[in-house]
Structure formats: structure tokens, C-alpha cells
Design a protein around this ligand. Structure first.
Ligand SMILES: [Zn+2]
Length: 167
């Protein structure tokens, strides 16, 4: 049996085994699978359907063979670490193995550190990519972060908030 994989619910890229990653997408080996019965399995993807936990447990058939909801761990974390089953992940067209170098060259989604004692608003990687209509590189993300305070966004938030005061 050859390699196979499933696509992450957030970014649409496959879970990758360590043999096919490079520096930029090494984070795509860490996966989370949520089963239909609600178990949350976490580990590194072995390329053959199993997630290997940090303690060495093997979760066989966690990825691609059964109807699990599959995420990259970083994408899962950036989306609020959901533990609910969200339907089966799509089997990866390239089996998470037969692809060209640039195909999955996506930087790791970042969780912006927030003050944990108060709720906040997070702009996720998936949201930014959806607004811009393309995948973003590490340097795109750094430039967006720098540009945000000087953009119209702070004014827009102020306007939204003052509209709330009147309602
Ligand atoms: Zn992902």
C-alpha cells in the first residue's frame, strides 16, 4: 500500500509525513484528527494513516482511511482548537507525497499572542488568505502586521464600536 493523506479542514493542504517536508512546511506533519464519536487524536503523521503521539502511541487509521475531521495542529490551534466533528476530510489528490516543491510551501499559521485574561479578536491565517484571495508568505504576513495600525482598520473598528454605543 502506498502513501496517502487527507486535506486539512482549514488550509486545504494535506498532512505531510516528515520525508517530504522542508523547512517552510515541516509544521504540516503535526496533525489533529477528530473522530465521529468525538475523540481528539494528536500526533505526527506517518504517511500511512497513523498519527504518532509525543509519547509514542500510534493512532492507526486516524487520517484518510476513516471519516475523521483532519487538521494540521497549527491550523487547528489558530481556529480555536475545535473538538467537534466537522465531517470527513477530503482525501489528498497528491496523496500527500507526489507533489512539486512549491505546492505546499505555506508558512505556519500564527496565533497572535493575546492577553489571556480578556477576550479578543484574532484574524486567522484562513481569514487573511480569504480576504486576499491567495496564499500568503511569511513576509506577506509580516508586512500585513506592520501595515495594520496605519490602515483604515483602526478607524473602522472605532466606527463599529461607536455604532454599538447608540444601539
Ligand atoms: Zn492546515
Amino acid at each position: 500500500m502506498g502513501y496517502f493523506s487527507a486535506d486539512c479542514l482549514a488550509c486545504g493542504h494535506p498532512l505531510l509525513c516528515e520525508w517530504v517536508t522542508n523547512t517552510i512546511n515541516a509544521w504540516m506533519t503535526a496533525g489533529v484528527a477528530v473522530t465521529e464519536s468525538g475523540s481528539v487524536l494528536k500526533g505526527r503523521y506517518d504517511g500511512y494513516g497513523a498519527l504518532i503521539s509525543p509519547r509514542g502511541e500510534r493512532f492507526e487509521d486516524a487520517v484518510g482511511m476513516t471519516d475523521t475531521s483532519v487538521w494540521h495542529e497549527a491550523c487547528w490551534t489558530a481556529n480555536g482548537a475545535p473538538t467537534d466533528y466537522r465531517g470527513p476530510s477530503r482525501p489528498s489528490a497528491d496523496q500527500g507525497f507526489f507533489f512539486d516543491d512549491g505546492d505546499h510551501a505555506l508558512p505556519e499559521p500564527r496565533v497572535v499572542p493575546v492577553d489571556g485574561s480578556r477576550p479578543g479578536v484574532l484574524i486567522t491565517y484562513a481569514q487573511l488568505a480569504s480576504w486576499t484571495g491567495r496564499e500568503l508568505t511569511e513576509s506577506d504576513l509580516a508586512r500585513i502586521t506592520d501595515a495594520l495600525p496605519h490602515s483604515s482598520i483602526p478607524d473602522a473598528i472605532g466606527e463599529i464600536a461607536s455604532a454599538l454605543e447608540g444601539s
